[in-house]
Ligand binder design. Sequence first.
Ligand code: FES
Ligand code: FES
Length: 152
Amino acid sequence: MVELYLNGRHYKVDVEEDTPLLWVIREHIGLTGTKFGCGKGICGACTVLVEENPTRSCITPVGSVKGKRIITIEGIPSYHPVKRAWIELDVPQCGYCQPGQIVEAYALLNKNPRASKEEIISVMSSHLCRCGTYGRILKAIQRAQKLMEVKA
Ligand code: FES
Ligand code: FES
């Protein structure tokens, strides 16, 4: 039995400790926003936050995150500037990579709200998008920065 603290709730799941966190989130907890892409830590589709740090859940054994604070795409409020900017700029095409992209952008702006264009590109370049939405992703993050300034 593994105990997890995910999106502000406690869960007990009956799995082996070496089960990938992604499968626990999707199959046992039933939150399917986090996606399976490559399964090898390359594409970023499965990104979640563990103690604020973007983490590839497909290669993270669930036993290594016991008791740690985990946030998935579902745990980011819909009114957060990142999600609002994504909708405003109509970023997704097929949408498959977008939960991982949004989680990464959310973490980036929490750590560095004034990240430069170069810093944004550098961080976000670790995520693959087959639909080539990179330009809109950059614009949405810059739009979210403006929305965060208005709020402050
Ligand atoms: S599915 Fe985890 S990095 Fe691609
Ligand atoms: S929107 Fe289709 S893979 Fe990124």
